[in-house]
Design a protein around this ligand. Structure first.
Ligand code: COA
Ligand code: AMP
Length: 631
């Protein structure tokens, strides 16, 4: 197949193209209207079609005779457990949990938060919700109770599904107490908290609203999947924006199923029945699309891995999982590879494993540096594909579409636009820039199926944040350029979002916490280079005059507050006390300048700076504190 022709068809005849792809699914009611507009005058796909994600991910495969195939392989080095779950078993678990949710009064259109570690029950919970049209919102376990409370107040869940605990490298994460704390902080009160006891000896505090997951499922009736409109929201997934409040991305049902099924075949190059592994977390978009829905829709065995690339128990874990479970295509973040490379620079641990099953290694979540890409290619000896996408898109926007035809790989580039995405690089005025010139990365509307529908409860922010800046285009928030051969290079965010170990975080949100410390007069938080995590946050703080606490104590208190309010995942571990911050004459803090000085990048001193002498001052402070060292 020819990529250019296939791609061109998706852009020139989007309705014909996506109707053909939608036909690959088993609809309850096939759509006749392919592309239309909703009440906000935004595009929607397959408006009059009806289907169910849970049916497509489970029951369909059983009807087709694949009930005995493994749907999920749960591999948990942190508990030393492995479990193979067939489609039959998956149906039993999911349909009964759906029955239990219904018994508790959850109905189509209600919302439900899932706050769980990487255990099969997290996937059961997601599939049980979509089975009955309950809109789930999975919250990543690394977020603190305060962040969970913000999400509870925003999506007002009728119930929360959680577990007794999670397990990190050095400690137990008390999920249930975190949920209790979040509910206490939130204004909205969910009716029930469904708790899965992992039976690891962790004490579970009891509350009136608690329901035991295991007894709920044991006593419930199995529920069949109900037909849902293609435009019914399957989930809300919160992601960082440029303000302190996260944005609830709304995903539809029919467009999402179509896009994911398409991407498994044409982007990732997997066939039905293959084993596929995305080493992410169900709390991120990668987890939603490529641990749960994508592989299961495409009848792939998906790996659910509860561990880290290193230290669980060592840097060979990924290779062990690939070879033991015969993974054909694997997806991880460059940061995971950098962590492995640091522990095992020669890749000696690979020699123990037969890796012949692996066909492609995909990387995404952050910019992939050339050294990491080359190391991975050399050690694994398979094509290593950097691809670019976001929570908003839900599936890849730029990739080397190996299922169509593998194109020559250019290190540093996420290759070409994926079918359906008409990607342009534009200047401030919205005009296309010349080859190799940097600009804003935008995609012409309509976006293909599967992409965000709106922001939960905030259509104005959706319009303003994504659609207004460049009319008729979706604005990604990333900068980049296209070279003379059409390869696209993503250079990074053009806003205050940073990417720490592949996790997207808002520095504005961290600034809110830092500035609320009683001793802080003013602050700036921004991302600096980190050799393992790509970026990490650094806070510069001006103290209120007459502060008596030791500087060191204040720094530790601020770090603790960010950990407590946002979560450990923010990796906020560096605070420097400064006397002043570089600003423009109108009083705006020059964050980009601060970042460039810290990263030792070349920089121009903005002509608007109010006092140029501060630059030497900042340089001296950075030197004293060894910025950029991974801790
Ligand atoms: N629940 C609770 N806490 C969590 C968590 C979870 N699900 N995930 C991470 N955390 C905590 C960690 O314990 C750590 O806490 P600490 O400061 O007490 O050590 C903190 O959040 C930062 O975690 P992490 O980003 O995982 O860093 P790390 O230093 O523990 O490990 C890597 C470094 C590189 C091994 C790790 O970041 C990694 O595996 N990266 C790949 C992540 C990935 O796949 N991202 C792509 C998402 S699409
Ligand atoms: P998230 O929404 O958490 O998936 O984060 C999306 C952001 O991560 C994007 O807007 C990019 O800034 C960054 N990103 C993801 N994949 C890549 C990639 N392959 N190359 C460069 N940046 C990436």
């Amino acid at each position: 197949m020819n990529y250019q022709e296939f791609y061109q068809k998706s852009i020139e005849q989007p309705e014909v193209f996506w109707q053909e792809q939608a036909n690959q699914l088993d609809w309850h009611t096939k759509p006749k209207t392919i592309l239309s507009k909703d009440q906000n005058k935004y595009y929607q796909w397959f408006e009059d079609g009806k289907l169910n994600l849970s049916y497509l991910c489970i029951d369909k495969h059983i009807h087709d005779g694949f009930g005995d195939q493994n749907a999920i392989i749960y591999d948990s080095p942190v508990t030393q457990k492995k479990q193979h779950i067939t489609f039959y078993e998956l149906r039993e678990e999911v349909s009964k949990l759906a029955g239990g949710l219904q018994q508790l009064g959850l109905q189509k259109g209600d919302t439900c938060i899932i706050y769980m570690p990487m255990i099969p029950q997290a996937i059961y919970a997601m599939l049980a919700c979509v089975r009955i049209g309950v809109i789930h919102s999975v919250v990543f376990g690394g977020f603190a109770p305060h962040e969970l409370a913000i999400r509870i107040d925003d999506c007002k869940p009728k119930a929360v599904i959680t577990a007794s605990n999670g397990i990190e490298i050095k400690r137990i994460i008390p999920y249930k107490p975190f949920v209790d704390e979040a509910i206490e902080k939130a204004t909205h009160k969910p009716e029930n908290v469904i708790v899965f006891d992992r039976k690891l000896g962790v004490e579970i505090p009891q509350k009136k609203y608690d329901v035991d997951y295991t007894s709920l499922v044991e006593n419930a009736l199995s529920i069949e999947a109900i037909p849902l409109k293609a435009t019914h929201p399957s989930y809300i997934l919160y992601t960082s924006g440029t303000t302190g409040t996260p944005k609830g991305i709304i995903r539809d049902t029919g467009g999402y199923a179509t896009a994911l099924k398409f991407s498994m075949k044409y982007v990732y190059g997997v066939e039905e029945g293959d084993t596929y592994w995305a080493a992410s977390d169900v709390g991120w978009v990668v987890g939603h699309s490529y641990i749960v829905y994508g592989p299961l829709l495409h009848r792939n065995t998906t790996i659910l891995f509860e561990g880290k690339p290193i230290k669980t128990p060592d840097a060979s874990t990924f290779w062990r999982v690939i070879s033991e479970h015969k993974v054909k295509v694997m997806f991880t973040a460059p940061t995971a590879i950098r962590a492995i490379k640091k522990e095992d620079p020669e890749g000696k641990l690979l020699a123990k494993f037969d890796m012949s099953c692996l066909k492609y290694q995909f990387l995404a979540g952050e910019r992939c540096d050339v050294a990491t890409l080359n190391w991975t290619k050399e050690k694994l000896n398979v094509p290593v594909i950097d691809h670019w996408w976001q929570t908003e898109s839900g599936w890849p926007m730029l990739a080397n579409m190996v299922g169509v035809a593998l194109q020559p790989i250019k290190a540093g580039s996420a290759s070409f636009p994926v079918c359906g995405y008409d990607i342009h690089i534009v200047n401030e005025a919205g005009e296309n820039v010349a080859a190799n010139s940097e600009g804003y990365v935008v995609a012409k509307l309509p976006l293909p199926p599967g992409t965000l529908q709106n922001l939960w409860g905030n259509p104005e922010r959706f319009q303003k944040g994504y659609l207004e800046r460049f009319p008729n285009y979706y604005f990604s928030g990333d900068g980049g350029y296209k070279d003379e051969d059409g390869y696209v290079f993503i250079t990074g965010r053009v806003d205050d979002i940073i990417n720490v170990a592949g996790h997207r975080l808002s520095t504005a949100e961290m600034e809110e916490v830092v500035s609320s410390h009683k001793s802080v007069a003013e602050c700036a938080v921004f991302g600096v280079h980190c050799e393992i995590k790509g970026q990490k946050p650094l806070g510069l703080v001006i103290l209120k005059s007459g502060e008596s606490l030791e500087k060191n104590n204040i720094q530790q208190e601020i770090i603790q507050e960010v950990r407590q309010e946002i979560g450990a995942v923010a990796s906020f571990k560096d605070v420097l006390i400064v006397n002043r911050l570089p600003k423009t004459r109108s009083g705006k803090i020059l964050r980009k300048l601060l970042r460039n000085i810290a990263d030792k990048n070349e920089y121009k001193i903005p002509s608007t700076i109010d006092d140029v002498t501060i630059i030497n001052e900042i340089q001296a402070i950075y030197k004293d504190h060894r910025i950029g060292i991974y801790k």
